[in-house]
Design a binder for this molecule. Structure first.
Ligand code: G4P
Length: 286
């Protein structure tokens, strides 16, 4: 999950995606349901041109159910095909085939009119590191497939993997770079563990996450850390309170804020704070 994206890598990936696009009927873009905006690659729209695209909001088991429904609604209303699933347990993966056929229904009708009845549907899977590309492929293709390497571009010779129901997928997904140059997106990616902690100071990161949680999911902080502080409390105070409640003190009675920060991030990432979404569709409110 910690690849370094250099301009050379980006160029290679761009080239790979463009070259493979002509081989596929649709692009399956995997996103993290907790950060549907920040987990999108900044150039994806441009890279895929007019290719039909199916968005998968993965890790929906960790996201706020209600917000995921709002996202699906919003995306579909704006013309994007989208489904939510959990590729770890496999919940929701059955929606893939019907959603893909719906997306390509005109194309399929045209093939049929030309007598191409059993023409397979070819797809390419793309996404930033850690969104669950390998998990998706493993679930769809059954059996164990090789772990996707966090390396940009496709490195092996192309092979098609059968996903059942007449769908074939390029065996190696496109690993895309995340939105580094958007500070807020970078923070949210770091909250979920999608990019390295060392991109940002861990305590600063924890304070930002605490401020968001305190505003949007105060009950989660109360339930887990017994934090009961007034609205608008600064992240530093929240972090100190967390450490105090957990007894993370150093000599002199001060709070070990670094330990508190690590605890918060670990527990958030492993879902111990409950189902939390970090981005809500505009105008929906938190
Ligand atoms: P990638 O190919 O896009 O890089 O992602 P990958 O499938 O390797 O998944 C990254 C991590 O996210 C893995 O956890 C994986 O189990 C987890 N994951 C993928 N899909 C889901 C999902 O829908 N829900 C949840 N809760 N987790 C998901 P890991 O900690 O790296 O490994 P492990 O926990 O599987 O041992």
């Amino acid at each position: 999950r910690s690849i370094q994206w250099f301009p050379g890598h980006m160029t290679k990936t761009r080239r790979m995606i463009t070259a493979n696009l002509s081989l596929v009927d649709a692009v399956v873009e995997i996103l993290d349901a907790r950060i549907p905006v920040s987990s999108r690659n900044p150039e994806m729209d441009r890279l895929t041109g007019g290719k039909p695209r199916l968005l998968i909001l993965n890790k929906s088991d960790m996201a706020d159910e209600r917000t995921t429904q709002q996202w699906l609604h919003r995306l579909r209303r704006s013309g994007c095909a989208a489904v939510a699933m959990d590729c770890k347990s496999g919940k929701g993966v059955k929606q893939f085939h019907p959603a893909l056929r719906e997306l390509l229904k005109e194309q399929i009708a045209q093939w049929r009119a030309k007598g191409l009845v059993n023409r397979p549907i070819h797809v390419m899977v793309v996404g930033i590191p850690n969104v669950g590309k390998s998990s998706f492929i493993n679930k769809m293709a059954g059996g164990k497939r090789a772990k996707v390497e966090d390396r940009p571009g496709v490195t092996r010779t192309k092979q098609w993997v059968k996903l059942g129901d007449g769908v074939e997928m390029l065996d190696t997904p496109g690993v895309l770079w995340p939105k580094f140059d958007d500070q807020q997106a970078a923070q949210r990616l770091a909250f979920t563990g999608a990019i390295n902690d060392d991109v940002l100071d861990i305590e600063a990161l924890a304070m930002l996450l605490l401020e968001y949680l305190h505003e949007a999911y105060p009950q989660a902080l109360t339930a887990r850390y017994k934090i009961n502080l007034p609205e608008g409390t600064e992240g530093r105070i929240l972090l100190e309170e967390l450490g105090r409640k957990r007894g993370m003190l150093v000599s002199g009675g001060e709070v070990n804020t670094e330990r508190a920060a690590i605890t918060l991030l670990d527990e958030f990432r492993s879902g111990k704070l409950g189902r939390i979404t970090l981005e809500v569709p505009e105008n929906e409110g938190a």
